[in-house]
Design a protein around this ligand. Structure first.
Ligand SMILES: [Zn+2]
Length: 277
């Protein structure tokens, strides 16, 4: 993949219908480059449907990723809930592969009052089993735990990068809005650059060539993320983020999750294209 592609989390609002296929067509019409298929309420797409999605995406030259169901907690205290969480990741990866998607993203875990180290080792063990299974199936989709927006959620930058270092086939989903909302920090050029620097130092230059990024405006408070906003309603310094991405020559997908989806995706793409560098 060369350069950064911009697109939406889910089917654009201006699509003819809210199906994935019409979403892909609309992304191409708008001149955007990618789309994240949302399985957040469950993986309801069948194999035949996924193959059709792959055909249309190839024809329209739209790159795809998929978002796994929200109901995942790799630190659940009941073994059956861990197993159900693992199954949801595996199911998403199977359908994503048939769709021709290169990555899936998911929300890994909640601390549930456990110490972060204990949560980390549980999440790593459970995700390790998932990776083992996917390898047996020869499934090469990148499995990407996401940086989360609330301090009660497992998934700060360090935790996510550690998982990527320790588990083959795992790569980060850097959600810059969540990174900002989690602490109120990470909203300036030097802070964005420091994140990219850490990605490069921990995972190598190849990781900057294969980035998966979420961006939106965001409202937050002491407990972190409250809700997504449009970029212009929010305090998020997206132009500084885009400049850092350009300066670090980051490549891959930027998925916009603002409530106005394609409007902010286009704003991000246009801003990126007019920046120096
Ligand atoms: Zn997410």
């Amino acid at each position: 993949m060369t350069g950064l592609l911009f697109g939406t989390g889910g089917t654009p609002h201006s699509s003819e219908t809210n199906t994935t296929i019409d979403g892909i067509r609309r992304i191409a019409e708008l001149g955007l480059g990618c789309m994240e298929v949302e399985f957040v309420q469950g993986v309801r797409m069948g194999e035949a449907g996924a193959r059709l999605v792959a055909e249309v995406a190839t024809r329209e030259r739209v790159k795809l990723s998929a978002h796994a169901p929200y109901f995942i907690n790799l630190n659940a205290h009941e073994p059956e809930k861990i197993r159900a969480s693992q199954d949801r990741i595996i199911q998403t990866a199977r359908i994503a592969a048939l769709c021709g998607a290169e990555s899936i993203v998911f929300h890994a875990a909640f601390y549930l009052g456990d110490p972060p180290e204990k949560t980390y080792s549980r999440a790593k063990e459970s995700l390790g089993e998932v990776m083992h299974q996917l390898k047996r199936e020869n499934n090469r989709v990148w499995i990407r735990p996401e940086i989360m927006g609330k301090p009660s959620q497992f998934g700060n930058l360090e935790e996510i990068l550690n998982l990527c270092v320790e588990l083959e086939g795992v790569a980060p989903c850097i959600d810059f809005a969540h990174g900002h909302a989690r602490t109120g920090a990470f909203n300036s050029y030097p802070e964005f650059a420091s994140i990219l620097q850490q990605v490069e130092e921990r995972l190598g230059k190849a990781a900057l060539d294969n980035m998966h990024i979420h961006v939106s405006g965001i409202a937050y408070g002491e407990k972190g993320e409250k809700k997504h906003l449009t970029l212009k309603e929010s305090d998020f310094q997206y132009a500084e983020l885009l400049q850092a991405l350009k300066d670090y020559d980051a490549q891959g997908m930027v998925i916009c999750e603002s409530p106005n989806l394609e409007e902010d995706a286009l704003l991000l793409q246009e801003t990126y294209n007019t920046l120096p560098g």
